[in-house]
Design a protein around this ligand. Structure first.
Ligand code: ZDR
Length: 281
């Protein structure tokens, strides 16, 4: 099976071109677990399939490294758009991509014919508790207390098609993310688990964010998480509607436009092409 390794700010993915490689859908989860393993497989935060779509130009399916399927992935979709364009699977710079979170709209930013960045229309944030989903009374979850092991954390939740729980902290870099992250990810309040973002507001147009990803753990960046973080910054009155989000792997620019849609701009990087004998793993 041929594959391509790409990353968006160090959030790394294995891409499989489903137009050429015929993989049965029932094998997606098992393959995701195996191929994403950094010791016995290729290594990656997720496995992404590029597939034909009936409702958009092209379709993306993403399997987390634990074999679960994510509705959406902000970093992967930038890589996805670059790959689809460069491989000639689409012939325009503004495309529509079907995902489990709805149809997204990446736009390639070219310089001298090369893709230098991708701006993605990530759709509208979903703010009602049942849309996250999170248990409890209907309404928005903004600065609400969540108890974990007897400690109280103030959380704000946002769905970008996938669930995010944002916790504002004084110092994101030294926060014990690997301790608290998995406990919030699997907290009983979140029936489909959640991605967890630890965020420090530097000023109204800049934030530092660390992420504990649902199904993937501590990763270097999270595109949907950066979008959810900007929304949480606005809802809590701490940031402007346009801000830079600094992640371990680099910076994303996020805007919550007046049309209620979120636009994310950032890089997408090709690392290498490979070929794998599936009978060996
Ligand atoms: C956070 C993420 N890498 C992105 O860039 O948006 C998405 C990956 C999917 C995530 N682990 C989930 O929602 O299960």
């Amino acid at each position: 099976m041929r594959f391509v390794k790409m990353h968006g700010l160090g959030n790394d993915f294995i891409f499989v071109n489903g137009f050429e490689e015929k993989i049965a859908e029932r094998d997606y989860s098992e393959l995701g677990k195996k191929l994403c393993d950094r010791f016995f497989g290729i290594g990656g935060d997720g496995l992404v399939f590029i597939l034909p779509s009936e409702s958009a130009d092209i379709k993306m399916r993403i399997i987390n490294s634990d074999g679960s399927e994510a509705e959406m992935c902000g970093n992967a979709i930038r890589c996805f758009a670059k790959y689809a364009y460069e491989q000639g699977l689409v012939d325009k710079t503004k495309i529509t991509v079907e995902t489990l979170a709805g149809i997204m709209g990446p736009e390639l930013i070219l310089e001298n014919g090369k893709v230098v960045a991708v701006r993605v229309d990530m759709g509208e944030p979903r703010l009602n508790r049942e849309q996250i989903p999170m248990l409890g009374e209907p309404g928005q979850v903004v600065n609400e207390a969540l108890e974990v092991d007897g400690n109280i954390y103030m959380i704000t939740t946002v769905s970008m098609g996938n669930p995010h729980c944002i916790i504002f902290v004084d110092d994101a870099l030294s926060f014990p993310l690997t301790e608290l992250g998995p406990k919030v990810e699997k907290h009983t309040s979140f029936p489909r688990k959640t991605n967890v973002e630890f965020v420090q507001v530097v000023n109204p147009s800049e934030m530092i964010m660390r992420v504990w990803e649902r199904g993937a753990g501590n990763t270097l960046a999270c595109g949907t998480g950066a979008c959810a973080t900007l929304v949480a910054g606005v809802l809590t009155g701490q940031t402007d509607r346009k801000a830079k989000v600094h992640l371990a792997g680099g910076t994303l620019e996020i805007e919550w436009a007046e049309n209620n849609r979120i636009y994310m701009t950032g890089p997408a990087t090709h690392v290498y092409n490979g070929e794998l004998d599936l009978t060996l793993i």
